[in-house]
Every structure is written in structure tokens, then in C-alpha cells.
Write a protein that binds this ligand. Structure first.
Ligand SMILES: *Cc1c(COP(=O)(O)O)cnc(C)c1O
Length: 501
């Protein structure tokens, strides 16, 4: 509910019954909040309350303050959507005022909006997936491998413009295979962007290797070339250069490849590009995921296109991709009797899921347009709020805006972010903090970390002050308007209560 609308719902005891009925009509919510002079909630007034008052003999000119008192049912700001529903059910009511610690109403929640959760990023099917899946069923190709898997690999490789692709069971599996193919062994070190999802770096541990985390730069939120250079210099001094660098492309946007790749080349360290979040993006006209010696995509349910779960390893080197397929199928040697020389994995994608992927690939371009449109609507709606800083998209980058993210400015940004996310959650809207950097995760406690500049931990700041908003390509404008209303309300109310404090 917008601050304006909340104001419209608030009436004082000196208002007469007739004016209250007119106000109720104007606000159109079936409820008013009666507040006293210092703004604290005295009671709620429903249509029914006003009607019953008239039946009891109160007249148009009677003052609201004269009506029989009834204790309001409310929740405080700590309540989440489940708490709200519980209270509504217990009291058989469909609306619930939210009070701050001064007993002042800061919001009203209506049951209607709690019937439909708004997700951060939900699957969005096109028209052709079921036909491909049906075909898999009809031809009895319900197997890991099959014609859809081969076709999905070829179609994806040609879509992004890379030589070869191997479809696997997840993006994480693809990264694991990628590390093995680049020769990562137990005891090696691997560099990785700190600001990412844990799927980027869990495979480092699978290999028995040790991660070293690299900070982000403010202009792309992706790996800082300055921090990378420093880390490589440090590693070289100790004569333990990393076996590879995992470059992550965050939230639909490429890292600065023209700055990062030459650094890695200079030290002779291969790059594994984690493009799990950036399928469909371009950097200086070239597809994200075509820069590393090996790159991976993810088709997890929340990604820009999905197979419900799945991933792809891509490379221009055919030998690497052939080896990836072999390792992903238990490293079977080409012999009828299942000969094995090396350790393998069961990582192949199923033919059924590849069918979904083929259908999804056909709508990828559309999905990029839709996600960017979601971002643009947010940006336009909050153009007046200087405290919001959207994730930048530098010249030459074309982000998919997989997730719309922003940071808040000011010393209380972190506190405000928590307030905003709590408020959205109360309305069943999923917003999340920006990824918690890996160098701050207990799992990686003690791992070396290189910041962007002395005293400037960019990824930690983005985590503290950043929020990801619902960004799905199937987010309706009505749903997005609901998010924007509540976001504006939370941001501006937050300011107000802060001013009071
Ligand atoms: C989703 C994701 C992964 C892992 O992909 P899965 O398919 O979920 O295993 C890896 N890295 C990043 C940056 C991701 O967002």
C-alpha cells in the first residue's frame, strides 16, 4: 500500500459518520483506521461497523469517537506473511493493520494479495516444450542421452556461437567437469569471484583444491581486474599460480573480459567462465559464455531458461567437450564390456529434460527482452529516488537483467535493506539480498581474499546494501505494480520512522 493510500485510510475520532462513509467509498478498501492526535491506532472501522452503528441509531452527524470501542487486531513489523495469515484466520478477518513500535499504522495487508506469491524468478515455459517432451515419451527415449540431448547441444552451441557443447545434469556438475578438464588436482589453488552463488566454487572443494577469492569492481559487480592482478602477483611470488580462474558473470551481465582475460593470459592461467546467470547476454557483441577456455550455463528452475535442472559445458576445443561427455557418463571406454581406466561421474542430462531445453532455447531472445523490460519499468518507476543505485550496465555490455538489483546509499543502507525485504515478505513478495560473498561464508573461512582496493571491500558492500527484486519474464505488470507499491512504501516509511527515531 502506498503512503498516500495509507493516509487516505486514516481518519480521526472527530470525523462524522457521513464523512467516514464517503471516505470509505473513496478509498475503496472496505476499511478505515481511526487514529488519535499523535497518530497511534485506536481502532479499525469496517463497512459492517459503520452499518451497525446506523442500525443502533447513530446518525450522519455522529462522531466516530462516539462509536462503541473495539480493540483493533494488528500485527507488528516483525510479522511475516505466515504470521499475518494465522492472525487473519484466527479472527476471521481479511485485512490487518501493521503497527510500528509506537503503535502507529505503517501498512495494511489484505488477504486477497496473500493468495498469490510473487517469486524472484520463476520458470516460464514457451509453446514448444511439451511437443519435444511428448516426442521423447512416444519414442521411448527416457534416458540420459538421446536425440534431444544431441540436438540441444548443437542448437545451444550455434545459438551462442561456440564450437561444442555437452549437456549435463546441472551447472555445478558442468563446473566440476570443467575444473577436471583444466587439470585441477588435489592441493591446487583455484581463483574464483567472491560475489557469486556457492555453485561456482563448491566444485573447487570436490577436486580437493583450495579456493582464493577475488573481489568485485563497482562498475560491473563482477571480478575486479585490480584485485585479480594483485592475487596473481602474490601467487607468483610464492610460486603457486592457480590451476585456473573461475570468472563469474553475475545477474545476467558479463565480467569485463577485455581487462580480465589478458591478465590471466599473462600469467598463463586458463579461464573457466561461469555463465550460469548470463546466458543470452553479450559483451562487445559476443555472447557471454564464449570467452573462457571452458564456459558453463545452468538451466536450474530460476535461471533465464530452464530444464527444471540442468547445465551445459561449452568450449571451442572439441577434445575438451568429448572428454566432458565421457567423464559425465562414468568415464566408459569405447568397449562393449564397460571398460574403465579412470574415475567418472553420472552427470549426463536426460533426454526428457533436453526436450524442455530445446523448447526453452527457442524463446531465449524473447526472455531477454522481457527481463530487460521488467528492469526498465522498475527504473522508470523509481527515477525520483536518488537513494536507489541500479546495478550498472557499462557501454558495450548487454545484460539480460536476469535479476533486477540495486543498492541503497547512506550509512543506514544495510538496515534499510533488511526493513524493505521484511516488508515485501509480509506481502508474500520474494526479494533477496545480493549474494553473500564467498569470503564471508563459514564454509570458506580462512580462504585468502583479495579486495578491489585497500580498505575497499566491494562485494561485502554490495551484499550489505543490495537487494534483488522479482524479475521473472512472466511477472505481469499488475504483479510488478504491486511490488513497486510496496517497495516505495517500505523505502519512504523507513525514512519516516528513521526521522522520528
Ligand atoms: C545457478 C548457478 C550455478 C549452479 O548451477 P546449478 O545448475 O544450479 O547447479 C553456478 N554458478 C552461478 C553463478 C549460478 O547462479
Amino acid at each position: 500500500m502506498s503512503p498516500k493510500e495509507l493516509e487516505l485510510l486514516c481518519v480521526q475520532p472527530e470525523m462524522c459518520l457521513r464523512d467516514a462513509l464517503l471516505r470509505m467509498d473513496l478509498a475503496g478498501r472496505g476499511i478505515l483506521l481511526m487514529i488519535d492526535k499523535d497518530g497511534t491506532l485506536v481502532r479499525t472501522l469496517t463497512d459492517g461497523d459503520l452499518r451497525r452503528a446506523i442500525l443502533k441509531g447513530f446518525v450522519d452527524a455522529s462522531l466516530l469517537g462516539a462509536l462503541p470501542v473495539s480493540r483493533p487486531i494488528t500485527v507488528n513489523e516483525a510479522a511475516d506473511a505466515a504470521d499475518v495469515l494465522r492472525v487473519m484466520d484466527a479472527h476471521q478477518i481479511d485485512h490487518l493493520p501493521v503497527l510500528d513500535t509506537d503503535v502507529k499504522p505503517v501498512d495494511v495487508i489484505f488477504r486477497r494479495e496473500l493468495s498469490q506469491r510473487i517469486w524472484l524468478s520463476s520458470p516460464h515455459l514457451g509453446d514448444e516444450e511439451t511437443a519435444f517432451v511428448d516426442e521423447a515419451f512416444k519414442s521411448n527415449w527416457i534416458a540420459p542421452m538421446g536425440p534431444h540431448v544431441n540436438a540441444f547441444e548443437t542448437e545451444l552451441a550455434s545459438h551462442v556461437g561456440v564450437g561444442h557443447a555437452a549437456a549435463v545434469s546441472s551447472g555445478t556438475a558442468a563446473i566440476h567437469l570443467g575444473l577436471l578438464l583444466l587439470g585441477v588436482k588435489s592441493g591446487d589453488t583455484v581463483f574464483c569471484s567472491s560475489l557469486t552463488f556457492v555453485g561456482s566454487c563448491n566444485p573447487i572443494l570436490y577436486c580437493g583444491a583450495r579456493p582464493v577469492f577475488i573481489d568485485s569492481e563497482p562498475s560491473t559487480w563482477n571480478m575486479s581486474p585490480a584485485a585479480l592482478e594483485q592475487a596473481l602477483e602474490w601467487a607468483k611470488r610464492d610460486n603457486r599460480l592457480p590451476a585456473c580462474v573461475i570468472l563469474v558473470n553475475l545477474y545476467g551481465q558479463s565480467a569485463d573480459m577485455d581487462a580480465l582475460l589478458p591478465i590471466c593470459e599473462r600469467y598463463g592461467v586458463p579461464v573457466l567462465e561461469d555463465a550460469a546467470e548470463s546466458l543470452g547476454a553479450t559483451y562487445k557483441g559476443k555472447s557471454s559464455g564464449t570467452f573462457g577456455r571452458i564456459a558453463v550455463y545452468s538451466f536450474n528452475g530460476n535461471k533465464i531458461i530452464t530444464t527444471s535442472g540442468g547445465g551445459m559445458l561449452v568450449s571451442d576445443d572439441p577434445d575438451l567437450v568429448v572428454r566432458a561427455r565421457k567423464l559425465a557418463t562414468q568415464a566408459r571406454e569405447p568397449a562393449a564390456h564397460y571398460e574403465h581406466v579412470e574415475m567418472g561421474f553420472n552427470y549426463r542430462m536426460s533426454n526428457v529434460l533436453a526436450g524442455i531445453g530445446r523448447g526453452q532455447l527457442r524463446v531465449l531472445k524473447q526472455r531477454v527482452v522481457q527481463r530487460r523490460r521488467v528492469f526498465e519499468r522498475y527504473q522508470e518507476a523509481f527515477a525520483d529516488l536518488a537513494q536507489i543505485h541500479w546495478m550498472p550496465e557499462p557501454e558495450g555490455y548487454h545484460s539480460t537483467r536476469w535479476l533486477t538489483c540495486f543498492t541503497l546509499t547512506g550509512p543506514d543502507a544495510s538496515q534499510k535493506c533488511r526493513h524493505v525485504m521484511k516488508a515485501l515478505e509480509r506481502h508474500l513478495i520474494e526479494a533477496r539480498p545480493v549474494w553473500k560473498p564467498m569470503h564471508l561464508q563459514p564454509l570458506f573461512h580462512g580462504a585468502p581474499y583479495f579486495a578491489h582496493a585497500p580498505g575497499m571491500d566491494v562485494s561485502a558492500h554490495l551484499f550489505q546494501a543490495g537487494i534483488c527484486l522479482p524479475s521473472g519474464s512472466n511477472l505481469s505488470e499488475t504483479e510488478q505494480d504491486r511490488v513497486m507499491d510496496h517497495l516505495r512504501h517500505a523505502l519512504t516509511m523507513g525514512e519516516k520512522s528513521h526521522a522520528f527515531a
